[in-house]
Ligand binder design. Structure first.
Ligand code: PEP
Length: 239
């Protein structure tokens, strides 16, 4: 269960969040990851040091170092104590021209650096309405994961029409695409496809988590808005 804070929370707010939330979070049998902004990573790592909550970044560059103004490398994330990294979130694809090709380079670099990549894919409303969801998601997976076969991968299916809109995909819609993704991974990654974790993301909240998690091919969730609030404790502790 991963939380993506996007561009929210200062360092001080990050420390306060963990002070308030950590006592209520029960990670028994569940992997919990929080992805704050770059600036809050060190505070988040420190705050969660004695717990099972892990910290992820929301992006990284694929090069080691150099003239890439405003970017952060895998090595820098590792040094800060980060274990996960979200790659190819739809907001990065839409607003920052992230492509399947750059996602591919980042995923390769993350794995080499022993960071666990959470690779995001998902169609927009227009594509869904035109019946292009499966072709589009297949292309995203094939290109973003070209040359990669690794059981540490995490793939997040995030239909863009469900992100931040309050419209959640029904569990049938979510499962249908996650099952399809498992099949595409099976063609690409053979036996590893059963070990690769597939998450659903898009307006997940405390009321829909249980049903989504009961789906066969949904191994976890990526949570945006609701990860900023006390709702996240309820999501993590769902029964
Ligand atoms: C996200 O941005 O990854 C996300 C799933 O957002 P939300 O939960 O707010 O829809």
């Amino acid at each position: 269960i991963a939380g993506n804070w996007k561009m929210n929370k200062t360092c001080q707010q990050t420390r306060q969040y963990f002070e308030e939330m950590l006592p209520g979070i029960d990670c028994e049998g569940r992997d919990v990851v929080i992805c704050p902004t770059y600036l809050s990573l060190k505070d988040a790592v420190e705050a969660t040091a004695k717990t099972n909550v892990k910290i992820g970044a929301q992006n990284m560059h694929y090069e080691e170092s150099g003239a890439f103004t405003g970017e952060v490398s895998a090595e820098m994330l590792k040094e800060a104590g980060v274990q996960f990294v979200i790659i190819g979130h739809s907001e990065r694809r839409t607003y920052y021209a992230e492509t399947n090709e750059s996602v591919n380079k980042k995923v390769k670099k993350a794995l080499l650096s022993e960071l666990t990549p959470i690779v995001c894919v998902g169609e927009n409303l227009d594509q869904r309405q035109k019946g292009e969801t499966f072709d589009f998601v297949r292309e995203q997976i094939e290109k973003s994961l070209e040359g990669i076969n690794d059981e540490r991968l995490v793939v997040a299916y995030e239909p863009i029409w469900a992100i931040g809109t309050g419209v959640t995909a029904t569990s049938e819609q979510a499962e249908e695409v996650c099952e399809f993704i498992r099949g595409v991974l099976g063609e690409k990654c053979k036996e590893n496809s059963e070990k690769i974790r597939i998450l659903y993301g898009g307006s997940v909240n405390a009321s829909n988590i249980k049903e989504l998690m009961s789906c066969k091919d949904i191994d976890g969730v990526l949570v945006g808005g609701a990860s900023l609030k006390s709702d996240f404790v309820k999501i993590v502790n769902y029964e």
